[in-house]
Design a protein around this ligand. Structure first.
Ligand code: NAD
Length: 285
């Protein structure tokens, strides 16, 4: 099936949004990224250019300039009027996202257009019902770094029609060359629902004095062939993000395995967020 999606909009040009814009433009799509301020527009452009120049220098793409020509970054949502697909990748805040979906519904004119969210934990249904077209809203959840990781989770809500899901699948698989897996509209989808309890168990193991961080991670790397241990992975994801996803899983299922251990909460309060702050379970830089 052809996705017949040529004009893509991305709202939010941060870590994920710029990656999503990059893979869409690399696949030949015309991409408009909408950011929230002039400064954020500049930051998104710089991020995109840096990533594409790196891809060019590594021989992954022929010409960064040719890809950049297909990407426009603006601070006006009205620029998305003619888009076939809009992927929302703004901050993980339910109020901000529902307000954005309400506005996207007004701005995007084609009745066939798909409104997608890259949210990790907010129910797709809450975004769908903020629009007059819940049948055309679904979750399209990419993984970080977007240009590298092959997986996308497709998350239809109870109101999404099957044609919307199939067009999104064709876009992700045939146009972007990624692999799609399907999951229900439940907190954590497939990957985070399995990964987060695993990381939390490693933190509990460390907290109880059962083993050191280095030994826990080495155990999983050498004993289970994981590319990195769970504590190093938590540092990479960010301990604040890890805690936030755990909280949304706990909120949804009320299962102890999703409850953030006190050590994780104390580290976040202390600003020890992992790689991005230079210190988490390990020290960096
Ligand atoms: P980020 O903070 O790097 O980027 C968010 C961007 O959105 C910022 O540049 C901000 O200026 C912009 N923004 C905020 N409000 C806006 C608005 N109203 N209009 C336009 N732009 C706006 O965050 P991120 O890590 O890229 O995460 C974005 C989304 O992707 C979140 O929903 C997150 O849960 C999800 N996600 C993140 C990861 C990850 O590993 N970071 C992985 C999968 C999904």
């Amino acid at each position: 099936m052809s996705s017949s999606i040529e004009r893509v909009g991305v709202v939010g040009g941060g870590l994920m949004g710029s990656g999503i814009a990059e893979v869409c433009a690399r696949a030949g799509k015309d991409v408009i990224v909408v950011e929230s301020s002039t400064a954020a527009v500049e930051a998104a452009r710089t991020r995109l250019e840096g990533s594409l120049r790196k891809a060019e220098s590594r021989g992954k793409i022929e010409s960064a300039d040719a890809v950049l020509e297909r990407i426009t970054v603006v601070d006006d949502l009205a620029a998305l009027a003619d888009r076939d697909l809009v992927v929302e990748a703004i901050v993980e805040d339910e109020k901000a996202k529902t307000e954005l979906f309400r506005r996207l519904d007004e701005v995007v004119t084609s009745p066939d257009a798909i409104l997608a969210s890259n949210t990790s934990s907010i129910p797709i249904m809450k975004l769908a019902v903020a629009t007059q077209r819940p049948s055309h809203v679904l979750g399209v959840h990419f993984f970080n770094p977007v240009p590298v990781l092959k997986l996308v989770e497709l998350v239809p809500s109870l109101m999404t029609d099957s044609e919307t899901t199939e067009r999104a699948r064709a876009f992700v698989q045939d146009d972007l060359g990624k692999n799609a897996i399907d999951c229900q509209d439940r907190a954590g989808f497939v990957v985070n629902a399995l990964l987060i309890p695993f990381i939390l168990s490693a933190i509990r193991m460390l907290e109880s004095g059962f083993a050191t961080a280095e030994d826990i991670d080495q155990g999983l790397v050498l004993g289970a062939a994981h590319p990195q241990g769970p504590l190093a992975l938590a540092d990479l994801i960010g301990l604040d993000t890890t805690k936030a996803v755990a909280e949304s899983l706990y909120e949804e299922f009320k299962e102890p395995l999703y409850a953030a251990p006190p050590l994780l909460a104390r580290m976040v309060e202390a600003g020890l967020l992992g790689r991005k702050t230079g210190r988490g379970f390990y020290t960096y830089g």
